[in-house]
Design a protein around this ligand. Structure first.
Ligand code: SF4
Length: 300
């Protein structure tokens, strides 16, 4: 690569890193994800999202106004062909505290689920139990996962299209037994940016299909739909995410979140009286932003 191409690639990588830092910092602040003295367990799967999460959190840690600790964990589920050396080597090179938890969930899942059936739900239930147990053993105050904005949008459509629920994926979640706080600091980060960042940083990615499970077809369908919209209707996906942050319970149809029964002249209403108006929809999607020249760092 020529000197000027190298300099440009470095500049683009810096811009991309700044954007990921900004969005992550914003989500952390909006949801009060990290507090003084937190000890955060970062779950590393070996995929692009969790590598990016750890990298950006370490980066933010250096300049954050609060003090917090980070340590990484990886669950080795004993899938055939899992390259055991990759994560320890990478984590050693970072000099970060880490733990590799070895649990053969692969055999349990293969044993319990008939051939050809999807194994993901049992597998992820087992994984969740192990992660919670490890968090307790390691004295973690928060558990950080690498899900991003597009995972949240996909999950919302999955729930709407198949589950009949207007429900996404929480940026911050208290476990059912109230023992664990789970945070998703990449909640505002776009998958596109994470893909480019992971390529530019050359994270040693571990393939995610080692278990041989088929990809969930419903999720695949939603992903394809969103990708198509992103190409044909710029700004639409951003606008959908903005709408997830602007919920108007009085203009939906769930009496359990808005008390329609006791609505009276003294009630506070959140969107004014537009009963007889046509919906006031902007001419262009509100999420349409003139994206900074798409950063091209892939050929680093
Ligand atoms: S893809 Fe494989 S490893 Fe991942 S959740 Fe599904 S069964 Fe488990």
């Amino acid at each position: 690569m020529s000197h000027s191409a190298e300099a440009k690639a470095k500049y683009n990588l810096n811009k991309l890193q700044k954007r990921l830092r900004r969005f992550t910092g914003q989500a952390i602040a909006d949801f009060n994800m990290i507090e003084e003295g937190d000890r955060i367990m970062v779950c590393l799967s070996g995929g692009k999202d969790s590598y990016t999460l750890l990298d950006i959190l370490q980066n933010l840690q250096r300049s954050a106004p609060v003090n917090f600790e980070l340590f990484a964990i990886n669950l080795d589920q004993k899938q055939p062909g899992f390259p055991e050396h990759i994560l320890p080597e990478y984590l050693e090179s970072l000099g970060i505290e880490y733990k590799i938890v070895e649990e053969d969930t692969y055999s349990i899942v293969k044993d319990k689920i008939p051939e050809g059936k999807t194994t993901c739900s049992l597998c992820s239930r087992l994984r969740r139990g192990i992660l919670y147990r490890t968090a307790k053993e390691m004295g973690a105050t928060k558990i950080a996962l690498g899900h991003h904005r597009d995972d949240m949008i996909e999950t919302m459509f999955l729930n709407m299209f198949y589950g009949g629920k207007l429900k996404g994926m929480p940026a911050k979640l208290l476990s059912d037994d109230a023992q664990h706080m789970v945070i998703r600091p990449l909640a505002y980060c776009k998958e596109k940016d994470i893909v480019k960042y992971a390529e530019a940083k050359e994270f040693p990615i571990i393939p995610c299909n080692l278990c041989g499970s088929q990809e969930n077809l419903q999720r695949k369908h939603i992903k394809a739909m969103l990708n198509e919209w992103d190409k044909t209707h710029p700004g639409r996906v951003e606008t959908i995410f903005t709408s997830m942050q602007n919920v108007v319970p009085s203009h939906l149809a769930d009496p359990s979140i808005f008390n329609f029964a006791e609505l009276n002249k003294d009630s506070q209403i959140d969107e004014g009286d537009i009963a007889l108006d046509k919906p006031d929809v902007p001419a262009v999607p509100v999420g349409l932003e003139i994206e900074e020249q798409d950063v091209n760092v892939i050929q680093l």
